[in-house]
Design a protein around this ligand. Sequence first.
Ligand SMILES: [Zn+2]
Length: 373
Amino acid sequence: MNPRNPAGDGRPPFVFDAHCDTASVLADKPWGFRRNPAHIDLQKARAGGLRAQVFAVWVDPLFAPRRALKRGLEVLRALEDKVFAPGLASKVTSVAAMDEAVAAGRLAGWVFLEGGHIIEDSLEVLDVFRSLGVAGMTLTHGKNVSWADSSTDSPRVRGLTALGRRVVRRMERTGMAIDVAHVSDATARAVLGAVSAPVMASHSNARRLCDVPRNLSDDLIRAISRRGGFIGVNFHPAFVRRRVYDQIEAAFARSENEMKRRARGREDDPRFLSDLEWKYFQKAVKGNDPVFIDDLIDHVVHIASLGGIDCVGLGSDFDGIASTPVDLRHAGDYPALAAGLRRRGFRAGEVRQVLGLNLRKFMRRVERAGSGR
Ligand SMILES: [Zn+2]
């Protein structure tokens, strides 16, 4: 299939998702990628028309500051071992390579880092990851790093430090996608001021519709899109509807003491603590209000109304979220999202843009901005 083929020929759209945490699942579970109970496996990708996927190498900030690099390498290895080495997806580092893989009927897999703590304040470590085929990095996760602030931590740097500016400029030069999902507003602005390359928020929604710190203000949506950037909508119900966010917060608060009790004596075991948190996260989403594809499309519509139809796409966060919209349960359900967009008045060409072509164009622009390779 030619991903650039315009709509209207009846062929399924090219689905290209900017963010998933499947690599962590593969690192922690004895499952393979061909078929598993997670949100993304090869079978669901085929059923849903998913042709290209950014796999995040996510490291829980609990592993920082001393064990984040090791954990990052272990997650990367799981991806190499279970996805790329057996040929279930082709690891790609350029749009040309992605197009080639897709044309050959293979799933194209990009690798990003999620969390600047993984590079442990070292530009050299960043370079090593680049040479291992890592094509982008989300600058923070839920906690600040020494050189940038997270949207869900107390402001400290209030932008970027000198090292932070060097990190993003190195990423720009080497053609890596700079991802401001998770970072604070001030840090996102500082990133836009430090580089001229387009910037992405790989898995973030609109704060206007769901007022939580993890989502993007209208101003940031405009600033990112003006620059030729990309915003991938996140399927996590808590970032789609504020009410669900509140329900999860309340459930977490109720089980906080129990969680603390179970963590006692294991304070120096980030793997245990991270698993424990995830268990309570899964518990906290039980019985919450349902969220539907239509609620998610509200965010697509809002982002497009501010930034234009060219800037918005998918950042599912599959396998990093404990619940999903009820009619978008896994990667096999993408046709329902395409149908939902059509029902809401998106033209066939616009549906193709949102489902994958906008992200493809963004990655092309990032490549062009990089001159160091
Ligand atoms: Zn994330």
